[in-house]
Design a protein. Structure first.
Length: 454
């Protein structure tokens, strides 16, 4: 009996150690992927492969079912995903972007797509960043607000509807504190606690009581105790008194009458102990000051985490844990982080959004392990893999230092699907029989490179 108990304790301890590695989580605009930063400062992602590599299957997404590392940097601080592009800040204050660049949202002065993290300019005083549909908005440590990308309805806030291919300052104010954006509407809070909005307003989403677009920031209401805001469907805002407020089209996402459209700020319930909020596509998540997790809104994929698929128009507690630290809502799925560094995900999972190694939806929080394979780079560690992507034949070219070494080819879950030995110079492998997805070539159990099977 003692041996059995010891085995159980060791097993549980091992599982905990393998899971307590996460520092922060991020979801963004379109919400078909989730980005995570580990305690070692590395960046990881799962979900739609397009935002990682720019590759899809004839327009259909390729699932990434477990987190994979993005590059090799160990100093990522925060990240945000737009619809088809990613923006991130490193601990040294530099700003980085990658993905689609059709409106210049990557900030490199062009409209050429780029799927490798590339620095925007040379500034090293970026504080926070957000991304919308082909637009990027960021705040510097000096409190100034900057924007670039698509600007058809004034979402850049510079008083025009002209696109910008490099960061351009919005106004002259230097007291901006935080910013959040959905597709084409933006919201920001100043250090004096006032709330501001600009961009598309056709659905009353700016909260000024009208449906007129705004190309420069306008103050919303007169309150000066705003703490945080999460733009989405709807938009939620948190005050310093612990109350939550919302506006825009209802559709079962408010704890009020689901048939009402709110053009001005409306309080959600009467609780005054809310700590943080996140909005997805029709569902909302929040953490209270006591560490409990709550959810409401759409639940067709189980994204509320209550074990059901029935919509809820009032906040319901998820489980009974009281150590939730951070939560983020995606497009039909949810991700949350506990104070002990463990990560959980639930809801829609058809392209690996949850990162649990499957494409099966989950209706309750499911723990996500820390282990994963390799990085997202196509050429590294003296390995050249091409063509990449490929549908039939894969060529592996290595230098003399690792020639004649054994190799294994593994899928995302670590299952070995091919074995062999490298030739000096170039080795050709037939991969036509493999299923579509992302695979790793591992050489001598140490060096790895990734390729995509179309």
């Amino acid at each position: 009996m003692k041996k059995i108990l010891l085995f159980i304790v060791l097993a549980l301890t091992t599982q905990t150690i393998n899971s307590q590695c996460w520092n922060s989580i991020y979801e963004g605009g379109y919400g078909y992927e989730c980005f995570k930063i580990k305690t070692d400062g590395t960046l990881w992602s799962n979900g739609d492969a397009y935002l990682i590599s720019g590759v899809n299957d004839g327009g259909n997404p390729i699932p990434i079912t477990v987190p994979i590392q993005i590059g090799t940097s160990t100093n990522w601080k925060s990240i945000y995903s737009g619809v088809y592009h990613i923006v991130a800040i490193k601990t040294d204050g530099t700003l980085w972007a990658w993905g689609s660049n059709s409106s210049g949202q990557l900030g490199n002065g062009t409209t050429i797509d780029n799927y490798t993290p590339t620095q925007i300019g040379t500034a090293s005083n970026w504080k926070s960043v957000t991304a919308g549909y082909e637009s990027t908005i960021a705040i510097k440590t000096d409190g100034t607000l900057w924007a670039l990308g698509w600007n058809n309805v004034g979402q850049l806030g510079n008083g025009t509807t002209i696109d910008n291919y490099t960061p351009t300052q919005i106004g002259t104010a230097n007291n901006w504190s935080s910013v959040s954006t959905d597709f084409t509407s933006s919201f920001a809070i100043k250090t004096d606690g006032t709330l501001w909005a600009w961009g598309s307003n056709s659905g009353g989403q700016l909260g000024d009581g009208t449906t007129i677009n705004k190309s420069t920031p306008i103050q919303i209401g007169t309150a000066n105790n705003w703490k945080n805001i999460s733009a989405g469907f709807p938009t939620l805002a948190l005050k310093t008194d612990g109350t939550i407020w919302a506006w825009e089209l209802n559709s079962n996402v408010f704890s009020n009458d689901s048939t009402i459209i709110y053009y001005t700020l409306t309080q959600i319930g009467f609780a005054n102990n809310w700590k943080s909020i996140s909005v997805g596509n029709g569902h909302s998540l929040a953490i209270k000051t006591d560490g409990t997790l709550w959810a409401w809104g759409k639940n067709d994929y189980g994204q509320l985490g209550d074990g059901a698929t029935i919509n809820k128009n009032t906040p319901i507690q998820i489980g009974n844990a009281n150590n939730w630290k951070q939560v983020t809502a995606g497009n039909g799925f949810s991700t949350a982080l506990k104070t002990d560094g463990t990560l959980y995900a639930w809801g829609r999972n058809d392209i690996g959004q949850l990162g649990d190694g499957t494409i099966i939806d989950k209706t309750i929080p499911t723990q996500i392990n820390c282990t994963a394979l390799g990085t997202d780079t196509f050429y590294e560690n003296n390995i050249n893999v091409y063509p990449n992507p490929t549908s039939s034949v894969l060529n592996i070219k290595v230098d003399a230092t690792i020639a004649n070494q054994p190799y294994t080819l593994s899928d995302f879950l670590g299952k070995i699907v091919l074995k062999g030995k490298l030739n000096e110079g170039e080795t050709t492998i037939n991969v036509e029989h493999l299923s579509k997805g992302i695979y790793y070539i591992k050489i001598a159990n140490t060096k790895a490179s990734k390729f995509i099977k179309e």
